[in-house]
Design a protein around this ligand. Sequence first.
Ligand SMILES: [Zn+2]
Length: 400
Amino acid sequence: MVESNIGFIETYRDPSGERGEWEGFASMINKERTKAFGKLVESAPKHIPKLPWPKDFEKDKFLAPDFTSLEVLTFAGSGIPAGINIPNYDDVRQNEGFKNVSLGNVLSAKSPNEPTPFIRSEDQEVFDKYKDEAFEVQVGLHELLGHGCGKLLQETEPGKYNFDINNPPVSPVSGKKISTYYKPGETWGSVFGGMGPSYEECRAECVAMSLCPDYDILQIFGIGNGSEDINGEAGDVLFVCYLQMARAGIAALQFWDPNSSKWGQPHMQARFAILQSFLSAGPEFCKLQHSKDDLSDLTIHLDRTKIQSHGRPAVNDFLQRIHIFKSTADKEAATELYNRMTNVDDWYMNKVRPEVIRQAKPRKVFVQANTMLEGGTVTLKEYEATPEGLVQSFVDRDYI
Ligand SMILES: [Zn+2]
C-alpha cells in the first residue's frame, strides 16, 4: 500500500510564511505499526480516565484521530519531518478531512555510534537499545491521546453553557468551584495567544509521561506482557521514556535565546518544563550531577525504581494544573505556572547552556534511496551513508 504527497506544502522556508516549498514523498504503509496505533485509539476510553482530572474536564466522547505509520522511500525537500498533519489547506480539511502520519523510518534512522551527551555511561547501553521504542511510545501517546483529550468549558452562546453553570464543576487544583470559562466567541487560541502552542505541547507531552508507566499501554506497543516488570524489557522502555524526556529538557537549552530570554521552539520549551517537574520530585528520583566546574561531565541520574512512586505523581500534579487552567480559560494561573516552569535561571543560562551547545551534534542528513525502471521492472538503488552517497542520490533523482 503506497501513499504519496506532492506540491507546495510547507511555508517554513519563506520568511513571510506565505509561499510553500515544493516537496514530495513516496512511502509504504507500515501496517503493523498502524494497527498498534489503531489499538491505542480504540482503548482510549479505558485510559483517559486514568489522567489526573474528573470527567467534568473531559469530552463526553473521545474524537479518534486518523493515524497512519509510513515508511518513507524517498522524501524530496529541504527538510524531512518525523510526522505530519496534512493537508494544510483549511478548506480541504473542513470538507474532506485530514490525517496524521508518522514517518517511522525517519524516527528510527540510525545515527553513527556515538555516546549521547548527558546520559550516564552505565545507562548508555539501555538508552541506545530502547530509544526508538521509547520515542514511538511517547509520540503515539502525545499525538493520539495527548492532543485528543480534554474539554474546554464554554459559554457556547449567550446564556448557553456546555457545563452546569448553576452547579459548576470543582477544580481538583483549588478544591473550589470553577469561576472562569470561555466566553462566547472566545477560543483556546484567542485566550492563550502566543503562549498557547508550547503550553499545549507541554500538556500532550505530560499526558505521554503520565500514561507510559502503564504496563497495559506498553503492551499495546508490543512491549512486555502487561504486568509490572521494572527490570524487564517493558521496564527498560519505560525508564528510557523518562530518561529521554529528561535529556531533551537539558538539550532544549540550545533553543533558548539569551539575548531575548525567549524560547525559540515550542516542544523544547515544553520538555524543559517537564524536566523541572521531574526534578521537583526530589534528588532521590532525578538529579543533574557533575564534578567538574565547567559541567563537561554533567549527567542525569534518574532512579528507574522510583518512576511510579515519584516521577509519575510529579508529572500528574503538573499536568493536572496545566490541564485545568486550559479547560477553564484561566490564562492568569496558566501564565504564572508556565513562566515559572520554563524560567531559565543563572545556572542553566551561564553553566548548562554553554555545555549543551559545546556538545551539540551537527544536524543529521538523510541519504535516501531511489527507484528506477530497468527493462520494465522497478529496481531499488541505495547509497552509502557518506557525503558522496548523499550527493549521488540527489543527482540520480534529478537525472535518471
Ligand atoms: Zn504535539
